[in-house]
Design a protein around this ligand. Structure first.
Ligand code: DC
Length: 223
C-alpha cells in the first residue's frame, strides 16, 4: 500500500506551485491543499465586512469564527467562506494586493496553521504555500522549495492573464511580483524561506510536467 506521507511545497508567487502540486496530488491520489487560498479567503471576508485592515484584533477574532472550506471537484478546487462560494472572488486584484497585510498578522497565521495541520494530519496530502516546510509541517517526509527567476514568473502570469482575455502590462506584473516577493520574504513572522532539508527546484527553464516528474521521482513514484 502507498504510504500516506506529507509533501510540502513552498516558494514565491508565480513559481507554478499550484499547478504542480495539483499534478503531483492527482498522480499519487493525494489531497491537494492550497494554503494561499485560506489567506485569500480571510482577506476577502475582511474586505466585505467593513473591518479596517489595521484592526488586527478584530481581524484575528473574525478569523477564529470563520469557516473556510476547500472542496475538491474533478475540475477545480472550490473555496467557501461561511458557506459562500468565493472561488473566483478570492483571485481578484484587490484581494491579491491586500493578502500580505492579513498574512502578516500572527494570530491569523496561528488560526490558519492549526486548520492546515488538521487538514494534513492523516497524511496523503500535497500542501503548498510559503511556510509549510518551515512552520506548518517541519517534519514532512518530503519538502520542496520551488523557485523561478522573477522575470520568468511575471511572464507566466502575463501569459495566463492574456489567455483569459485580460489586457495587462508586463512591466506592472513584474513590479507586482517583486513587491510580493519582498513582502513574503521580509515579514517578521513565518517569512518565505527554504526549509532545512528542502529540495530546491528552479523551474525557470522547466515545464510544469518536468517539475512534477522530478517531484514524483524524488518521492519514489514513476510519473
Ligand atoms: O499563493 P497565493 O498567492 O495564493 O498566496 C496568497 C497570499 O497568502 C500571499 O500574500 C502569500 C500568503 N501566504 C502565506 O503567507 N503563507 C502561506 N502558507 C500561503 C500563502
Amino acid at each position: 500500500m502507498k504510504k500516506k506521507y506529507i509533501i510540502a511545497i513552498d516558494g514565491p508567487a508565480g513559481a507554478g506551485k499550484s499547478s504542480i502540486a495539483k499534478m503531483v496530488a492527482k498522480k499519487l491520489g493525494f489531497v491537494y491543499i492550497d494554503t494561499g487560498a485560506m489567506y485569500r479567503a480571510v482577506t476577502w471576508k475582511v474586505l466585505n465586512s467593513g473591518i479596517g485592515f489595521n484592526n488586527k484584533n478584530k481581524i484575528s477574532e473574525m478569523t477564529k469564527k470563520t469557516s473556510i472550506e476547500l472542496k475538491y471537484t474533478p475540475e477545480k478546487l472550490k473555496v467557501y467562506v461561511d458557506g459562500t462560494d468565493v472561488t473566483e472572488s478570492i483571485r481578484s486584484q484587490e484581494v491579491t494586493l491586500k493578502t500580505n497585510i492579513i498574512s502578516s498578522i500572527q494570530e491569523v497565521r496561528n488560526v490558519l496553521r492549526e486548520k492546515q495541520r488538521q487538514l494534513g494530519k492523516t497524511g496523503g496530502v500535497v500542501m503548498e504555500g510559503r511556510d509549510i516546510g518551515t512552520y506548518v509541517f517541519p517534519a514532512a517526509e518530503f519538502k520542496f522549495y520551488l523557485d523561478a527567476k522573477p522575470r520568468e514568473r511575471a511572464l507566466r502570469r502575463w501569459n495566463e492573464l492574456k489567455a483569459k482575455g485580460r489586457n495587462v502590462d508586463l512591466k506592472e506584473i513584474t513590479l507586482a511580483i517583486y513587491r510580493r516577493d519582498y513582502c513574503d520574504r521580509h515579514r517578521g513572522i513565518s517569512p518565505l524561506k527554504k526549509a532545512p532539508g528542502a529540495i530546491v527546484i528552479d523551474s525557470t527553464n522547466m515545464t510544469q510536467k518536468e517539475v512534477a516528474e522530478k517531484i514524483l521521482k524524488t518521492v519514489g513514484m514513476q510519473a
